[in-house]
Design a protein around this ligand. Structure first.
Ligand SMILES: NC(=O)c1ccc[n+]([C@@H]2O[C@H](COP(=O)([O-])OP(=O)(O)OC[C@H]3O[C@@H](n4cnc5c(N)ncnc54)[C@H](OP(=O)(O)O)[C@@H]3O)[C@@H](O)[C@H]2O)c1
Length: 371
């Protein structure tokens, strides 16, 4: 698996029929396509997608264009996607699948020039079934897994994925509601557990639809449960987790690597443009120790944060739609961090999750309770 990839979340695209300005949507579609095409030109060959990102078909368009131009071959690329949510039926429309919060975030990030009020105004135009601040609804019944993967393959216009991940260990109640919540706004669990979903994912490997399967946001105990599942036919190849110096996850990484499960770090930069950041929230780029190490290495803080993961043998998928950032993030193979610098970067002793999914904290499979 290529150690460096391009994240594609926050690049909203693909909701052409949402009741928003068509020019805004077509611009966002173009931004996504351009970002992936530019990244291929720079040399990226690993792309982290998800049905949730709502831009798989634009990613697929970009790949197709570049393969047609003979810049790259499909077999030289490593395409990852995730089984996560919605997938209630192949006929569900994309607009129903877009939670308000993601959409407003995506708009904010794609169009950082738009003030918050504009983002909110745009989001207010969304159809009423888009529930405010209710992020996820996982329809992960066994019978729907194949259909979900087929949908992703169709959007990407590909015959196979290199890696397909179970996005979260929690399953939510199946049905029409995207985010089945109880009266307190907490998610209602599914009767399907992740072991049953895993069996359905194993069938995707057998059918040649995916080369490998893995997980995301799983803790040590959950991985252990998966590995000890009677009749396990395909081991998880990868665990994709939030990782940066304020959430170093040393024990989990060590555990995964000891079981030959590779690890991928998401949010490696700490999502510097997080729209809901409050003054108390993290800013890795402003951390004096990170800045000092960057200065010493003659690199930017972003390059240091990316290289940190590479030096730990962890794949890393920073997202960018800005060409200068995409290029900068790729120039990370010409320096080394000294042992004491790595020690400093891993010794902040913070446990700062950007993605907490607190609406799910009562779920039996919520992964962050023991921390
Ligand atoms: N498995 C999961 O549950 C999960 C959860 C979250 C994310 N992910 C994946 O991980 C990827 C990365 O995480 P993320 O996008 O949340 O966070 P991230 O990569 O830590 O941060 C992305 C932000 O950093 C900015 N940026 C990128 N390079 C920069 C640079 N060199 N200097 C300054 N700013 C820079 C980007 O802005 P510009 O675009 O303007 O450069 C963007 O706003 C996602 O895109 C997604 O594919 C997976």
């Amino acid at each position: 698996m290529p150690i460096l990839g391009l994240g594609t979340w926050q690049v909203y695209a693909g909701a052409g029929d949402l009741s928003l300005s068509p020019s805004l949507w077509s611009l966002s579609l173009q931004i996504c396509r351009d970002a992936v095409k530019f990244a291929i030109d720079v040399g990226y060959c690993h792309f982290d997608c998800a049905y949730l990102h709502q831009n798989e078909s634009e990613t697929g368009d970009a790949v197709r264009e570049k393969t047609k131009e003979r810049v790259v071959r499909r077999e030289d690329l490593f395409i990852v996607s995730k089984l996560n949510k919605v997938h209630k039926s192949a006929t569900s429309s994309r607009q129903e699948d877009v939670p308000y919060r993601e959409l407003s975030l995506c708009l904010h990030c794609v169009f950082p020039c738009l003030g918050c009020s504009v983002v909110v105004r745009l989001a207010e135009q969304l159809p009423s079934f888009v529930l405010p601040l209710r992020l996820w609804s996982t329809f992960r019944e066994r019978s729907l897994v194949k259909e979900a993967c087929q949908k992703t393959l169709a959007a990407l216009q590909m015959d196979y994925l290199d890696l397909y991940l179970m996005h979260w260990p929690m399953g939510f109640k199946a049905g029409e509601e995207l985010f089945p919540a109880d009266g307190n706004g907490m998610t209602i669990p599914s009767s399907t557990d992740f072991l049953a979903t895993w069996e359905a994912m194993e069938e995707l490997v057998d059918a040649g639809m995916v080369k490998a399967i893995g997980v995301s946001n799983f803790n040590c105990n959950q991985i252990d449960q998966l590995l000890s599942k009677p009749g396990l036919r395909h081991k998880p190849a990868n665990n994709q987790i939030e990782n940066h110096p304020y959430l170093p996850q040393e024990e989990l990484i060590k555990f995964c690597q000891s079981k030959s499960i590779s690890v991928t770090a998401y949010c490696p930069l700490g999502v510097p443009n997080w729209p809901w950041s409050k003054p108390k929230d993290i800013s890795l780029f402003d951390d004096p120790q990170i800045k000092e190490i960057a200065l010493k290495c003659d690199k930017t803080p972003a390059q240091v944060l990316i290289h940190l993961q590479i030096q730990r043998n962890v794949s890393v998928i920073p997202k960018s739609v800005a060409p200068h950032h995409t290029e900068e993030n790729f120039k990370v193979f010409d320096f080394e961090l000294a042992e004491e610098e790595i020690g400093t970067l891993l010794a902040f002793k913070k446990q700062y999750h950007i993605y907490t999914l607190s609406e799910c904290k009562n779920h039996k499979d919520y992964p962050f309770l023991g921390e």
